[in-house]
Design a protein around this ligand. Structure first.
Ligand SMILES: C[S@@+](CC[C@H](N)C(=O)[O-])C[C@H]1O[C@@H](n2cnc3c(N)ncnc32)[C@H](O)[C@@H]1O
Length: 212
């Protein structure tokens, strides 16, 4: 653990307050047609206990590099660093205001920019450099809507082939075998071994019709 307990409590308090504000009157849109078509998921934060469960499921260690695709207020990369001490954590988020919130938290808790980076970007239109950065991560975290997952499935499959573990909160891949589920069944872990080679076949033979 990089942060002392007191600092971790203060960090958790910051995230809890953001959750409370976010939850106020919020109805989770379960399907993609209920949200802005450019979004892969609504702004909804994962509780710190679920982030912890997801990262434990992925057996995160200080040797890992982590990325959250659609990172909201940056809590996943920040907790990956402050609790698990990962080498580097990256968060990519579409909404400028959330990127600003994440960077403000980095400043407030004096988290070095070379260990945690939170940047604005669209995860379905990554620049070649950013794409390579994500693909080089050993753990990829997602909390995105079920019927949008097909938009990033080939990319994530490529990451798996390069040895990444993928952990998904709440929404799971229809055609992928899971390596493990968290005790509360909120988080699923995928590895190259659990997913197997079958998706590669379906993608190469039917590339224009991604799995739904
Ligand atoms: C359900 S929230 C999850 C936030 C964070 N990962 C967490 O677990 O607390 C999904 C996030 O993805 C972001 N998002 C949606 N579509 C995106 C896209 N195309 N590129 C980047 N971020 C996106 C939303 O703005 C939102 O903050």
């Amino acid at each position: 653990m990089i942060f002392p307990t007191s600092q971790l409590s203060s960090l958790e308090k910051t995230f809890r307050e953001a959750e409370e504000e976010n939850e106020d009157g919020f109805q989770f849109p379960w399907t993609a047609d209920e949200i802005d078509p450019t979004l892969l998921g609504p702004v909804r934060f994962t509780s710190t206990s679920t982030v912890r469960a997801a990262l434990q499921l992925a057996r995160l260690t200080a040797d890992d590099t982590v990325c959250d695709l659609g990172c909201g207020d940056g809590r996943v990369p920040i907790l990956a660093f402050s609790e698990f001490g990962v080498r580097h954590a990256l968060g990519i988020e579409l909404e400028d205001s959330l990127v600003a919130t994440g960077n403000e938290t980095l400043r407030k808790f004096q988290i070095p920019g070379e260990r945690v980076t939170i940047i604005q970007g669209n995860v379905v239109q990554l620049s070649p450099t950013l794409r390579e950065s994500v693909l080089s991560c050993s753990v990829i975290f997602i909390y995105l809507l079920f019927d949008k997952l097909h938009l990033i499935e080939p990319f994530l499959f490529e990451a798996l082939q390069r040895g990444a573990r993928i952990v998904s909160v709440c929404f799971f891949f229809k055609k992928w075998g899971r390596a493990a589920l968290s005790d509360d069944m909120k988080c699923a872990l995928y590895t190259k071994e659990s997913v197997g080679p079958s998706l590669l076949c379906s993608w190469s033979s039917d590339a224009k019709n991604p799995p739904s």
